[in-house]
Design a protein around this ligand. Structure first.
Ligand code: SF4
Length: 376
C-alpha cells in the first residue's frame, strides 16, 4: 500500500468493462466507506467533500445491475465481531481479539507474527462478506446462479486486490469478490465513460444491501471499527440504549491510542494502532505476555482506509487525511440509524437466512482462518 505514489496498482479496469459488456453476466458493484469522502478530490473538489449520492448515481450510469454499499457488510461484520468478542470474554478464550478488516495487516501478522494467528477475529472483511452474501442470500432470493454473478468492489486499497484472490475466502471454488478496483481506477472509469461526475444528481444505493448505519460509515477511519463494535457490545450486554453514542476517547489521529470503556460494570481495555510500525509495538507486547487489552483495532494505512493506498494521492499531507476523517464523522452524524445491530435489512437477512449472528451458517460463510506463513 502506498499513498505517496511510489507503488501503484495493477489496472483492473478492462476486466470491469469486459464483465459489463457480457450479457450473460449479472454484475454487482459495492463501494467502501472511505471512497465517498475522497473520490471528489479527483474531480477538483476539496478534500473531505462528501459525494455519496453522486457515487451511487455514477455507478448506476456505468451500467451495473445492482449498486450496493460495503457499509452493509460493515454492519454485518460488527454483529459477527461483537458476538465473537463477547464469546471470547465469557469463555476465557484468547484475548485480545484483533480486528480483521484490513488485509495488509492480516498478511503482516501471518508473515511476521505467525505464532499469533489465533488472535485476529475470524470475521471476513466487510467487502468479502458482501461478496459472500451476494452469491448466497441475494442469489438464492433472486434465483440467480452465483456462477453468473460478477462482484466488483471499489476499494480505497491496493491490498484488497490480493485479498479477493485468497483461496481461504472462496466458497465452492467461487471467489466471493471477482474484481477489485481502487478509488483512482473508478475515477478513470468515469472519465473513460464520459461521465461528468460533479454534475451528477444524487441517487440512492440499491436494496437490500444498501441500507447502512452510522456505525458502518466510521469503518473508513482509524478507531471507527472498534467504536462501532463497542456500541453494539454495550447495548447487547446491558440491554439499554446508549445515552451518548460517540466514544470520543476512541477517536483521533495519533498512531497509537488506548481507552478504557465501561460495559455493564466491566472495564474493557481497547487499543488502537494505525501504521504497521505502531501495530508491531502492540504485537510484541502480546507475544511477551504484556498486553492488557481485550480488543485491538489495527489498520495498516496511516489514518485507516481514508488514507489508503488506492485513494487519491495525498503525498503525506496530514491535513488531507484529517479533512477526510472529519467528513466521515459528519456523514455518520447524518445517518438516521447509528448502530449496526439496528440495521433493519441486516436483521431481516439474519432472520431469513443466517438465523442469528455467529450461527453455524454464519460461521461457515462469513468467517475464515489464518495461516502462519514464512517470514519475508
Ligand atoms: Fe486497505 Fe489501508 Fe484500509 Fe488496510 S487500512 S484495508 S490496507 S486501505
Amino acid at each position: 500500500v502506498c499513498p505517496t505514489a511510489a507503488l501503484t496498482e495493477v489496472n483492473h479496469i478492462p476486466k470491469v468493462w469486459e464483465a459489463l459488456r457480457n450479457p450473460k453476466k449479472y454484475v454487482v458493484v459495492q463501494t467502501a466507506p472511505a471512497i465517498r469522502v475522497a473520490l471528489g478530490e479527483l474531480f477538483g473538489m476539496e478534500p473531505g467533500t462528501i459525494v455519496t449520492g453522486k457515487l451511487a448515481a455514477g455507478l448506476k450510469k456505468l451500467g451495473f445491475d445492482k449498486v450496493f454499499d460495503t457499509d452493509f457488510g460493515a454492519d454485518v461484520t460488527i454483529l459477527e465481531e461483537a458476538s465473537e468478542l463477547l464469546e471470547r470474554i465469557d469463555n476465557n478464550k484468547t484475548l485480545p481479539m484483533l480486528t480483521s478488516c484490513c488485509p495488509a495487516w492480516v498478511s503482516y501478522i501471518e508473515h511476521q507474527f505467525p505464532d499469533l494467528v489465533d488472535i485476529p477475529s475470524s470475521c471476513k472483511s466487510p467487502h468479502i462478506m458482501v461478496g459472500t452474501i451476494i452469491k448466497s442470500y441475494f442469489a438464492e432470493k433472486n434465483n440467480i446462479d452465483p456462477k453468473d454473478i460478477t462482484v466488483v468492489s471499489i476499494m480505497p486499497c491496493v491490498a484488497k486486490k490480493a485479498e479477493a484472490a485468497r483461496t481461504e475466502l472462496s466458497i465452492d471454488d467461487n471467489n466471493n469478490v471477482d474484481i477489485v478496483i481502487t478509488t483512482r481506477e473508478l475515477a478513470m472509469m468515469f472519465n473513460e465513460a464520459g461521465i461528468d461526475f460533479d454534475k451528477l444528481s444524487d441517487e440512492e444505493f440499491d436494496h437490500p444491501l444498501g441500507e447502512t448505519t452510522g456505525a458502518s460509515v466510521i469503518f473508513g477511519t482509524t478507531g471507527g471499527v472498534i467504536e462501532a463494535a463497542v456500541r453494539t457490545v454495550h447495548e447487547w450486554k446491558t440491554g439499554e440504549g446508549l445515552e451518548k453514542i460517540e466514544y470520543e476517547q476512541l477517536r483521533g489521529i495519533e498512531g497509537l491510542r488506548e481507552a478504557e470503556v465501561k460495559v455493564d460494570g466491566t472495564k474493557l481495555n481497547i487499543g488502537i494502532a494505525h501504521g504497521l510500525g505502531n501495530a508491531r509495538k502492540l504485537l510484541e507486547d502480546i507475544r511477551n505476555g504484556k498486553s492488557k487489552y481485550h480488543a485491538i483495532e489495527i489498520m495498516a494505512c496511516p489514518g485507516g482506509c481514508i488514507g489508503g493506498g488506492g485513494q487519491p494521492y495525498h503525498y503525506g499531507n496530514d491535513e488531507v487525511v484529517k479533512a477526510r476523517q472529519k467528513a466521515i464523522y459528519e456523514e455518520e452524524k447524518n445517518k438516521e440509524v447509528r448502530k449496526s445491530h439496528l440495521n433493519k435489512e441486516v436483521l431481516k437477512m439474519y432472520e431469513e437466512y443466517f438465523e442469528k449472528p455467529y450461527s453455524e451458517k454464519a460461521h461457515k460463510l462469513l468467517h475464515t482462518k489464518y495461516t502462519p506463513k514464512e517470514r519475508i
